[in-house]
Design a binder for this molecule. Sequence first.
Ligand code: GLC
Length: 498
Amino acid sequence: MKKNLKIAVVAAEVAPFSKTGGLADVTGSLPKIFHEMKNEVVVITPFYGKIIDPKKYSLTLVEKNFPIPLRGKKTIKISLWQGEIEKNLPVYFIEYKKYFSKKQNLYGSTHENSRFAFFNYAVLEILKKVNFQPNIIHCHDWHAGLIPYLLKNDPVFAHDQFFANTTTVFTIHNLAFQMGGNWWDAPPEKRDPGTGDLPKIHSKAMEKINFAKRAIIFSDAINTVSEKYAEELLTPEFGQGLEKFLGRREKDFFGITNGIDYEVFNPAIDKNIYTNYDWDSLWRKRKNKLALQKELGLEEAADVPLVSLASRLAEQKGYDLVIESLDTLLKLSLQIVIIASGGKDGKEYADVFKKIAKKHPKKFSFITPYTEEQASKVYAGSDMLLMPSRFEPCGLSPLISLRYGTIPIVHETGGLAETITNFNPKAGKGNGFVFKNYTREEFLVALIRALENFKYEKVWEHLVWQSMKQSFSWEIPAQKYLALFKKAAKNRTQKKRS
Ligand code: GLC
């Protein structure tokens, strides 16, 4: 019989409770598949007091004033909340108001490392408290990156029998983010070497600690969210200063391309869209387009291609290319809808888009903040989705858009290079339009190729139909994760013995 695993998933954001991007989609859906594959799973995440409404999600307060001892410092008392992602799949929320309930935003504090260092200690204490002895702790991105370090080096956890059989796996969603601040802001000689004792949680020195680097050094296995990005991360161009550290772990470093939740993203049952459809009723997709145009005040015209963007307002996502191309774009026969939120960095983009929307209301629409309801409508109502990211670890929006029969136009990088292939109308193959070099010219050429194909109704319908039939569900990637977990556990026990 196959041995099932006890898996604790740790992440800073988990959909639908808290979300700034694809990380939350992954941590909200992958655990479900682990669970459906008969593993025992718990998810642990911070309780963001201004964002998570306990009533909405029927959360229960499990414990108040539970002490988390911090090395060499007083203890912090937390509250523990519990909800369910699905039946028998609990999600625990750690509440420490001072750190996680002051702001509307998930991130952006000046003592971000302290917040998440505390969270990492608390996760390990909570696992003991709820008596969940994991075979695997699946740590997502830097926010959970000290856990592998603590289990191997902390004076208490490293000798704790409770974790004697615990293996850690670190998943990199975006290596540009390694710690609270920008890793590149400190001069090289002042950067965290990745080893050595941790400073006190609340200290200034804590803000210098590079969580992702420590996770790469101390996890039993590491992966990232596409095979291509895994290759890219080993190069100085993409490795964000950690390529050498990843290189040293190459044997234990893998790429597993994300899936998406096929129950959540499904135009046949999505309650947010105007009318449901699937690949056999594409004429209904057109109704969604007309409804969206009407709702947004765009010209109601089925034959004008509707092109959307749905990603965080961040430089990485290629908004500079879009802005540089706006003059040309607005001269073409098309409509553009952008749905996005962004932290403070996104404000500049938002200001530009707001202005354009005001000037060209029949042609250009900007929706902010991003909500799942509106995003569904945009996916269902658009013909094409632009994702011209400068770099992209995986890129979930094109996978979602394919599910809704909306054809992606992407830069050939990271996960996008892997999941989206150029459409060849003669052969009838491919699921999108891809450009190789990150330039305005190549971006526009790809877009124009898409617009040309759109003119041929039968060709476009074939493209949409076959793209919708592709599967990017979690089933296969989840199996790869389980195989990785088992391999990591085996390596770990072998290393311990030798
Ligand atoms: C990050 C990456 C994105 C990826 C997502 C989920 O947001 O930037 O490419 O799809 O994580 O793994």
